[in-house]
Design a protein around this ligand. Structure first.
Ligand code: BJW
Ligand code: ZN
Length: 301
């Protein structure tokens, strides 16, 4: 974690402890008209997204019903130790998710965010998406200011030379062709490392890995610092479809709320941080976001 971020995290934890000890939590408002007044005035909006924003596209989340971590153990599939121990299984998991994405498209929530960015840009206002998702659906919807905190499903990184490369091949390698869901119990079905995706840099040829951030790994420092700057400067933050349990992303919106900036959460249910925010809109974000971000007469031209 960068020094700046470590300091922010310590400060955030301290503030939160003091807040919890001294304040009765307030219920966030679900008054859309009140939100719209705040939205109309905002010049710099950060949209922090998680798996829930892609749920209505048919992409599974991690922790809810049908979530990936309900079916598989994160420690078997999304840690550097899992990859070291069984790269075949980890590649099967990411190959499976790449193939699933082939039939998925951005939904109304992605589109509302992308359209909002374009429209507000013409008014000299900034919208930036800070996403934990690796599925590229924000990009496919037309968002341009995107920070992918946890990496990208369609990018590989060489385990030896570090070469990073975009890769949309289907399948990503012949040995994975036709492989379905990963099966952590199928020890004898392991693909040998030589047959897993390899680096295409001349003279390298080492095994590549998905360019994503696993548990126990640091997020890209430069990216984190850029995200932190956006969060420090924004005058409105939307938190969409995230359980806000995974750090450091989980502390971003509460941090913004802590400096008195309005934060609106869009989720099908309350989360553990809902009461730190001014607004909470319950429901599928494919319905709530288009309403919240739609152009209106009151909007500055
Ligand atoms: C809808 C909806 C609809 C559904 N409309 N809403 C204490 C302090 C700091 C760090 C730690 C700590 N304790 C442990 C840590 C380390 C760890 C961590 O945070 N663990 C927690 C579980 C406690 N963090 C890390 O290791 C991170 N690195 C790090 O901190 O480095 C420094 C460090 C290292 C070691 C120790 C200490 C410090 C890295 C985190 C990497 C996360 N990686 C994953 C997988 C890789 C990417 C991939 O394969 O896709 O990222 S895990 C998974 O969780 C994925 C997601 O991006 C991430 C967040 O999940 P998300 O998006 O919130 O999804 P869900 O399913 O949880 O929630 C969906 C939400 O949508 C729900 O709320 C639904 O209600 C809602 N929803 N349908 C609106 N239609
Ligand atoms: Zn290489």
């Amino acid at each position: 974690m960068s020094l700046l971020l470590t300091r922010k995290f310590a400060q955030y934890s301290l503030n939160l402890t003091v807040k919890m000890a001294t304040e009765t939590p307030k219920q966030p408002s679900s008054d859309m008209a009140a939100f719209r007044k705040v939205f109309d005035k905002a010049r710099h909006i950060v949209v922090l997204t998680g798996a829930g924003v892609s749920a209505e596209s048919g992409v599974p989340t991690f922790r809810g019903a049908g979530g990936l971590w309900r079916k598989w153990r994160a420690q078997d599939l999304a840690t550097p130790w899992a990859f070291q121990d069984n790269p075949s299984l980890v590649w099967e998991f990411y190959h499976y998710r790449r193939e699933v994405m082939g039939s998925k498209n951005p939904n109304k929530a992605h589109e509302a965010i992308a359209n909002c960015e374009k429209r507000l840009a013409k008014q000299g206002r900034r919208v930036v998406v800070v996403t934990q998702n690796i599925d590229e659906l924000h990009k496919r919807a037309g968002s341009e200011n995107i920070m992918e905190l946890h990496g990208n499903l369609f990018t590989t990184r060489c385990t030896k030379c570090g070469h990073i490369e975009k890769n949309h091949d289907s399948p990503i390698c012949e040995a994975l062709r036709g492989k379905g869901e990963p099966d952590p119990t199928a020890e004898d079905a392991r693909i040998s490392p030589e047959l897993l995706p390899r680096c295409k840099q001349e003279g390298c040829g080492a095994m590549t890995r998905p360019h994503v951030v696993w548990f126990g790994e640091n997020l890209n420092e430069a990216l984190l610092d850029s995200a932190q700057k956006e969060l420090d400067l924004c005058d409105l933050c939307l938190v969409v479809g995230t359980s806000s349990v995974v750090y450091p992303a989980a502390m971003f919106a509460p941090q913004v709320a802590n400096r008195g900036v309005p934060v609106a959460e869009f989720n099908i249910e309350p989360t553990s941080v809902t009461n730190s925010f001014g607004f909470h809109f319950t429901g599928p974000c494919g319905s709530t976001l288009p309403e919240a971000l739609a152009p209106t007469e009151s909007e500055p031209k």
